[in-house]
Design a protein around this ligand. Structure first.
Ligand code: F6P
Length: 544
């Protein structure tokens, strides 16, 4: 038995689950306690977090909070913020929080205060983005930049894509942005078809600058560019790099002057706050990028200084553990009722699943409990007409996060209230359900004779959800929301005693792909793998 599952805290929660949670009715709890919403909701600036529609009694949270002590969360949190080597398998500090630190406090990695170089890089981003946005940065034909193409994958793609989609109302309307990530050539080609080489700026974003997909796309983009440009000297006007790896950048042919730096203590999936956010700064301006950083800093301060029973990411994390480990829910869904957050779920998939999809604890022992959930979802109301049926009436428990802005950036009549009525109705329906009595009352006499129809229309309800309501999706609010989720992931990893900051699981596939690639270069029959892989390779060779 692991230290966690053997702990008094874990056992007390198991017992509470067996004794009271299984038969708990949220609907009854709301009826008997008019204060439930006030008791189980919190706020951070313009963000209201309502967690009252969860399967929790007054005893549940105090018991779950025991896990923070069991995990020594305070100590682990300070270790992260103060630059200790908490990513032990890669011997790295984890300091994305330093990238948005708004205080005058130094942040040390070893003996070095990293804040001066963080600020230097922000200043470089400001100068560059203002130069490009003002139209003063000229391409090889003397024209200004109208199109930005970010080539990267994973953490070097998803953050920029998510934030620029979310903050489109803040963008300069005459600046277009594209994100190319997939090594499937269709992705790059679709973008190249829309742009002109002399007015395009390519950002090649890669922490290591040898990621196969990114370098393949970057080389093809460079080849395409050179087919149009007057010569290789034009590259410096159209290609910039974001990386930790100067030599690889120079070898690719990008002037180090055009390189924006970040450091190995910034994990890929937490890198949008670094120079990896250059696409964001270019698209919405550096002032808005800095607002995003400030919003994240607000969440950092909240997480670091607020008592755990009032701490939003801690409560998000504990509720997640409650469902993941005690109710055995396998997934968690992200349902923004804000179309501009269409990429939020995709972004959190990497943030959460790459961080907490682990089976080995920090001591190298196999865990005897479930770790990270499967994260999925898409914006409402679309999801309602696709997969909500399963959430409402399926056999699986799917905890949901609903998110919505009180104010839209747009002003077509009716839309926003219709959107918000749905955002409010879905968690209410999930909580309340519909009883047989209520179903029968809605049916006519004939229909009432049809027991199958009646049974099909019953909703059990009691489906848990969190609801975020914020004033408007500003850069600052978005920064806070992202950072709240980051800290939720951190807290869960701390309680599960896993290293949330490496990603060894993606390596094996990469290595095998590299060994298969040369086998595809001729028509020889392949026999060195298992029969399925051999069969597929040989079939591919016949069909291609
Ligand atoms: O494959 C996983 C991964 O290493 C991610 O963690 C990372 O965000 C992505 O690949 C891209 O890596 P890089 O920025 O080094 O190209």
């Amino acid at each position: 038995m692991s230290k966690l599952t053997n702990s008094a805290e874990w056992k007390a929660i198991s017992q509470h689950y067996r004794n009271s949670a299984v038969n708990f009715s949220m609907k009854e709890a709301f009826k008997s306690d008019p204060e439930r919403f006030n008791k189980f909701s919190l706020s951070l600036n313009d963000i209201l977090f309502d967690y009252s529609k969860n399967l929790i009694t007054d005893e549940t949270l105090p018991l779950l909070l025991g896990l923070t002590q069991q995990a020594d969360l305070k100590k682990k949190t300070e270790a992260m913020f103060s630059g200790e080597i908490i990513n032990t398998t890669e011997s790295r500090a984890v300091l994305h929080t330093a990238l948005r630190n708004q205080s005058d406090e130094p942040v040390y990695v070893g003996d070095e205060d990293v804040m001066p170089k963080v600020r230097r890089e922000l200043e470089k981003m400001r100068k560059f983005s203002e130069f490009v946005r003002s139209g003063n940065w000229k391409g090889y034909s003397g024209k200004s930049i109208t199109d930005i193409v970010n080539i990267g994958i994973g953490g070097s793609d998803l953050g920029g894509k998510m934030v620029t989609t979310a903050l489109k109302p803040y963008a300069r309307p005459d600046l277009n942005i594209y994100f190319v990530s997939n090594v499937d050539q269709a992705d790059l080609i679709a973008t190249l078809e829309k742009i002109n080489p002399d007015t395009t700026l390519f950002i090649i974003a890669s922490k290591v600058f040898n990621t196969q997909e990114t370098m393949t796309n970057a080389n093809s983009a460079k080849r395409w560019f050179l087919q149009h440009a007057p010569g290789p000297s034009a590259i410096k006007k159209h290609f910039v790099a974001i990386s930790t790896h100067r030599t690889n950048v120079v070898n690719f042919g990008i002037d180090p002057y055009n390189m924006f730096e970040f450091w190995n203590w910034v994990g890929g999936r937490f890198s949008l706050w670094s120079a990896v956010g250059l696409s964001i700064a270019l698209y919405v301006g550096m002032d808005n990028f800095e607002e995003l950083l400030k919003g994240a800093y607000d969440a950092d301060v909240h997480f670091r200084t607020t008592e755990y029973d009032k701490n939003i990411p801690v409560i998000m994390a504990l509720l997640g553990i409650w469902y993941n480990n005690f109710f055995e829910a396998e997934t968690h869904t992200i349902l923004p009722y804000d179309n501009s957050l269409s990429q939020f779920g995709n972004y959190l998939q990497q943030g959460d699943m790459e961080s907490n999809g682990k089976t080995i604890d920090r001591n190298g022992q196999a865990v005897d409990y479930h770790t990270g959930p499967i994260i999925w979802g898409q914006p409402g109301t679309n999801g309602q007409h696709a997969f909500y049926q399963l959430i409402h009436q399926g056999t699986k428990l799917v905890p949901c996060d609903f998110l919505a802005p009180a104010q839209s950036h747009y002003d077509l009549p009716n839309h926003h209230d219709i959107l918000i009525s749905n955002y409010l109705a879905q968690p209410e329906a999930m909580m309340k359900g519909k009883t047989e009595e209520e179903v029968r009352a809605d049916l006519d006499a004939d229909q009432n004779k049809n027991d199958v129809l009646v049974a099909s229309k019953i909703f059990k309800g009691n489906k848990p959800s969190n609801t975020f309501l914020f004033r408007k999706l500003t850069p600052r609010t978005l920064g806070s929301l992202i950072a709240l989720y980051e800290h939720k992931i951190f807290v869960q990893g701390a309680i599960w005693n896993i290293n949330s900051f490496d990603q060894m699981g993606v390596e094996l596939g990469k290595v095998l792909a590299k060994s298969i690639l040369p086998e595809l270069s001729n028509d020889q029959i392949i026999s060195g793998h298992d029969s399925s892989t051999n069969g597929l390779i040989n079939a591919y060779k016949k069909l291609r």
